[in-house]
Structure formats: structure tokens, C-alpha cells
Design a binder for this molecule. Structure first.
Ligand code: ADP
Ligand code: MG
Ligand code: ZN
Length: 479
């Protein structure tokens, strides 16, 4: 059979760190980084005799996420212990939720080439993050940093509804943008605040049963998720084609070799011996509590997209790309508020800014400059202080060394030459150096003018005012 006779099946378990100020069961800060073991207390270090108290904000954020993804919210929920040993988990169990998650039966709509598709969510539950192991540079062992232990997470489990790496990326981007919009997580994948366990299986097209899946743990970049799925699909098909069987196992993706490796056999729920945490009370939510959260939900990507069509007269495509990320659309709105020029802002974002993000493999949340910076750049071009060409150089500089564009221009001597006599000097010089083009122009070849303007731009390193150049060339050529 060939590759085309197989169908790919994917389900994700996405972990998002919640951006509450304090941890889930103690009042330590959730802030990323810090010297090892400085954001800890006896509770998150699991000292005997300490007692956890559930942070109410964690419940609120999880309910928000559930409502924004069309879930049913449980009125009656609880915390369970998931028992396993790993050195970054000092209690030897993780407090999570087993059979009564806060949110169930939701869905997210994604736009694919075949149209809108619903990806069902099985559940969203709350749990605590584990610490981190840092490998000692002298090779003597691992050092445990518990700053992350007890940082609140939501785990969003999707049904096996995704059918390709591409669909998976679209789904994950959509989910990420929803979480960003409702401001429950900063979703910084590079800091690990959004990571996904990716479950992949293949089956012959038309088969009733799913194939055996493998699970790739803790993936935290779109690029590696797509690569890992593509690799894993090929690997599984090769095994089946060779008459072999897929082992259900947990894999580790290695970005350098571009391969997956076995980590361990897949564990079952019974391996974890889940049981209700006796130190925590049940979670009971009133209808009123849930309704209040629903009413306070901010604008979601869908409604923002529709608003952009009306309010800023953007095209469908422009509105879709901008609202695909809260960071991009916030940048758009803030820069537009200052510059009052939505078209210019959208052009910068969709062309040069997006291009640079791609080249540098950055996500929109890593844009280093502010909306004020972008608005000022646009204003400087509008005023004729710099040309569009110089504008592009300023933007490149904003990515490298962000500061006020007028400062950048001043420091680099990039102010546009709009001085009549200076422009005339360049024009005369270019005319005397390019007799052939002058003759061509006079013989009716309009194109020659563009060449002459280009030469003048080159000589002034892009600093000459292009409108003035054009005008002056035509005047001189008429003489
Ligand atoms: P766990 O991995 O914690 O045991 P589940 O068994 O509920 O949890 O499954 C977790 C994820 O695996 C879900 O996202 C689900 O959609 C996905 N999944 C389950 N079966 C398959 C399969 N055959 N192929 C691909 N994904 C699957
Ligand atoms: Mg799993
Ligand atoms: Zn603590």
C-alpha cells in the first residue's frame, strides 16, 4: 500500500501555565526565571505537615478558558493526587484532576483548506506544574530547581479529531490565540508556558478502529511539532508496511537529529493510583459565579476579526492574519490609535514585520519594539522626514536595537534630503553621468526616468526625497 492509503490521527494534551500572580496552592510568585529555589516555600517544596490551599484565581482562569472554548462547566469538581516519582516532584504525587475536571465537552473551530472544522475538546482540568532539573555542568548529576513547582496549569485535552500536521498547527495557533485573548496565560512557548503532548497514530483509510498511538512529550515550538508529526507518521507507516506492530509508548523528539526516541512504555491511569486529595475541599461552583465570568469574557478573535472589517475596512485576509495573534492585533490597534493610519499599520505588520518574524523564527509575542515605535516610524514617513526605503532600514534596526525611530535616524544620519539645492546637485550629477539614459528618455523611453531616479537614490544611499527627485529630473530633462 502507499502512503496515500493511510489516514493520520492526532490528539493533543496542551499544558498552559496560568498567569496568576501566585502559585496554585501557596502564595509564592509564579514569575518565570529567578535564581534557583528562590520562589519557593515549605508548601511547594513539599515539607511534611504543610497544607495546600487552592488559589481561587486558578479556578476562575480555568472556567474562563472553558467558556471561551465552548465547554460545559462542572458545578461539582475536585482535586486528585496523581502518584508518580520523579526528582522534580518532591511530593511524589502531582495534584491534578481525574474524573471530575472543571470543564468538559468543548470545541474549537479552525479554518482549514476544506473549510471550517470543529475540533472537540474532551476536557480542561487544573493541575500543578513540577520543578525543573538542571544538568550540572561538571557532569556530577542533576540539580533541582523548584521555582516552577506549584505554578498553576490547565491541561486542555482534544479528541483525536486532527488529521494532519498542518491541521495540528492551525488548531494549536487558534488555541494559543484564544488563551492570549482571555489573558489566562502568556503562552510563551519559548519559556515553556505553553507545551503540548502530541499523540499520533495512523490507520488504513476507511478503518473503523484507530491505530495504536505514540505520544511525544513536552513539545514547545510549532516547527518541531510539525516536523515531529511528519517524522512519526512516516516511521509508523514504515513499520506497518514491513508487517510490524506499533508499540504504544512515550517518545522524545530530538530537534537536532530530527528523530523520535523511546522514553518509556506508556503508563495507564491505574499506574498513577489516582485518589481524591484529602487535604483539599471539593470545588462547588454556583450558576451565578459562572455567569459572572461569562459576562466578563473579553472580545475573542472571531468577533475582533468581524469588527476589523467594519471599523478599519480591512480585507478578510488582513483581518484574519492580524487577529490570529492577540499580540499582532494589539500592536495593530495601539499603533493605529496613535498614527490614525490603519492601512499603513496593517501594511507594515503584514509585510516587513511578518517577514522579519519568519526569518528570525520569532513569534509575535517576541516583537521587541512598541506600538509607539511603529506609529512614530509611520509618522516620519508621512512627514517626509525619511523615505519608505529608509523606513525599512529603521524597522530592521527596531528589531535589533529597539528605541525611538527618530533617534535611530539621527544616530545613523538617515534624515531624508529634501533640500532643493542638494537634490538639484545630485540630479545634475546623475544626468551628466548617464548620457545614454538621457537620450533614451528624450527618444520617448519613459523607463529611463526610473533608472535615473534609482541612480540618484543609490548616490544618496536612499536618503533623497523620491517625489522631489522625480519632479526635478523631469524639469531638467525638459530643458
Ligand atoms: P493519556 O495520554 O493521559 O492516557 P488519553 O488516553 O485520554 O490520555 O488520551 C490523550 C490524548 O490522546 C487525547 O488528546 C486523545 O485525543 C489522543 N488519542 C487517543 N487515542 C488516540 C489515537 N489512537 N491516535 C491519536 N491520538 C489519540
Ligand atoms: Mg497523555
Ligand atoms: Zn510556595
Amino acid at each position: 500500500m502507499s502512503r496515500e492509503d493511510y489516514e493520520v490521527v492526532i490528539g493533543l494534551e496542551v499544558h498552559a501555565e496560568l498567569s496568576t500572580k501566585t502559585k496554585i496552592f501557596c502564595s509564592c510568585p509564579t514569575e518565570f526565571g529567578g535564581e534557583p529555589n528562590t520562589h519557593c516555600c515549605p508548601i511547594c517544596m513539599a515539607m511534611p505537615g504543610t497544607l495546600p490551599v487552592l488559589n481561587e484565581k486558578v479556578v476562575e482562569y480555568a472556567v474562563k478558558a472553558g467558556l471561551a472554548t465552548n465547554c460545559e462547566i462542572s458545578r461539582d469538581s475536585k482535586n486528585d493526587r496523581k502518584n508518580y516519582f520523579y526528582p522534580d516532584l518532591p511530593k511524589a504525587y502531582q495534584i491534578s484532576q481525574f474524573d471530575k475536571p472543571l470543564c468538559e465537552k468543548g470545541y474549537i473551530e479552525i479554518e482549514t483548506e476544506e473549510g471550517t472544522k470543529k475540533i472537540r475538546l474532551t476536557r480542561i482540568h487544573i493541575e500543578e506544574d513540577a520543578g525543573k532539573l538542571n544538568h550540572d555542568e561538571y557532569g556530577r548529576g542533576s540539580l533541582v530547581d523548584l521555582n516552577r513547582a506549584g505554578v498553576p496549569l490547565i491541561e486542555i485535552v482534544s479528541e483525536p479529531d486532527l488529521r494532519s500536521a498542518n491541521e495540528t498547527e492551525i488548531y494549536l495557533r487558534k488555541l494559543k490565540s484564544i488563551l492570549e485573548y482571555i489573558e489566562v496565560s502568556d503562552c510563551k512557548m519559548q519559556e515553556g508556558s505553553l507545551r503540548a503532548d502530541v499523540n499520533v497514530s495512523v490507520r488504513k483509510k476507511g478503518a473503523k478502529e484507530f491505530g495504536t498511538r505514540t505520544e511525544m512529550k513536552n513539545m514547545n515550538s510549532f516547527r518541531s511539532i510539525v516536523r515531529a508529526i511528519e517524522y512519526e507518521v512516516e516511521r509508523q507507516i514504515d513499520i506497518i508496511e514491513d508487517g510490524g506492530k506499533i508499540e504504544q509508548e512515550t517518545l522524545r523528539w530530538d530537534d537536532v537529529s530530527g528523530k523520535t526516541f523511546t522514553m518509556r512504555d506508556k503508563e495507564d491511569a491505574q499506574d498513577y493510583r489516582y485518589f481524591p486529595d484529602p487535604d483539599l475541599v471539593a470545588i462547588r461552583l454556583s450558576d451565578e459565579y459562572i455567569e459572572n465570568i461569562r459576562k466578563a469574557l473579553p472580545e475573542l478573535p472571531e468577533s475582533r476579526r468581524i469588527r476589523y472589517l467594519e471599523e478599519y475596512k480591512l480585507t478578510e485576509k488582513e483581518a484574519r492574519i492580524l487577529t490570529s495573534s492577540k499580540y499582532l492585533s494589539d500592536l495593530f490597534e495601539e499603533a493605529t490609535k496613535i498614527s490614525n493610519n490603519p492601512k499603513a499599520v496593517v501594511n507594515w505588520i503584514l509585510s516587513d514585520i511578518s517577514k522579519t518574524l519568519n526569518e528570525k523564527e520569532l513569534e509575535p509575542d517576541q516583537i521587541p519594539f512598541t506600538a509607539e515605535n511603529l506609529a512614530e516610524l509611520i509618522a516620519l514617513i508621512e512627514k517626509g522626514t525619511i523615505s519608505n526605503t529608509i523606513g525599512k532600514k529603521v524597522l530592521a534596526e527596531l528589531f535589533e536595537n529597539p528605541k525611538s525611530p527618530s533617534k535611530i535616524i539621527e544616530e545613523n544620519g538617515w534624515v531624508q534630503i529634501s533640500d532643493e539645492s542638494a537634490i538639484k546637485e545630485v540630479v545634475l550629477k546623475v544626468l551628466s553621468e548617464n548620457e545614454q539614459s538621457v537620450a533614451d528618455y528624450k527618444a520617448g523611453k519613459e523607463k529611463a526616468l526610473g533608472f535615473l531616479v534609482g541612480q540618484a537614490m543609490k548616490q544618496t544611499k536612499g536618503k533623497a526625497n523620491p517625489q522631489m527627485l522625480n519632479k526635478m529630473f523631469i524639469e531638467e530633462l525638459k530643458k
